[in-house]
Write a protein that binds this ligand. Sequence first.
Ligand code: TRP
Length: 366
Amino acid sequence: MAKKKVILTGDRPTGRLHLGHFVGSLQSRVKLQEEGNYDEMFIMIADAQALTDNADNPEKIRENIIEVALDYLSIGLNPEKVTIFIQSQVSALTELTFFYSNLVTVSRLQRNPTVKNEIKLRNFEANIPVGFFTYPISQAADITAFKANIVPVGDDQLPMIEQTREIVRSFNRIYKKEVLIEPVAVLPETEAALRLPGTDGNAKMSKSLGNGIYLADSKEEVKKKIMGMYTDPNHIRIEDPGSVKNNPVFTYLEAFSTEEDFAKFLPEYKNLEELKAHYQRGGLGDVKIKTFLLNVIEQLLEPIRSRRTYYENRIDEVYKILERGSKKAASIANATLKEIKEAMAINYFEDQELIEKHINKYKKDE
Ligand code: TRP
């Protein structure tokens, strides 16, 4: 039998999804879906993981589950082809996390670079919630419950995949069964897609910095954000030579524009290389480039926006999609949990041999 191809990935519902998510991961999901070269594809809204550092703010998570679901559907993920589900509705994941946590040491978790970095970013220091500290284990449960072997993520998630692989190896070694599957991460192909900066040039697009372009932004909002983007601060007059390095307008063009876009919206240039060369020579104004970028982004966002409107008018249907997906996910995860309990020999009531053994052990003449 050919190896099954199971794709799983997900997002924490802490805010609407933006262009950074789009180039970093969302567009590759749609591409994978369209190619159809897989047995199952799961997209998880990781609400339980989001709660590990938002325990005091469950309302934020509740509100953002529907936002993320709308974002998924609006980019064209098709619930007939992929299973979209909510993490907390799949209880087997919590059980798996508990069993896996016996296979991981505190020092190994402390060494996880992503967790380390996030602890610093959140100023947790000594006040790290245990659930947050151990979320790599829960992420291993997310992946292995579905026997996913392909996990499309950004590079910040590589330590999570590595830790998952270690847990899989430990489990299979200790319980002497090849129950679990080692996943591999699939990363975005280009540097621009891996790290799309904010509109202000900051390395990260984030809500708190207010420097993101969201999939759900209106045309007016997008225009305002793009026309106000940070560029080369030394490019003051049109004739000045400009720098394309650390110039987010050019990074966005790297990530989004194609030769067809040049033919359509800016035919004086054949491709991005020509545009860059002119900018570096001098004589090319920022407004012209930003207008081109706006056209490129609007061409991308317009169909996304209209699909979003369609689903915004059918919220009950969206909840039904999530419910159906969660039920399907739960049944698959339960089947894996059953195998895992069997491998760990904690399936007492199905273990007739164990029961017989104890019957014989304690049998006495009455
Ligand atoms: N940690 C991921 C993020 O912050 C979300 C996530 C949770 C995930 N479980 C996962 C991603 C399993 C891939 C696979 O975006």
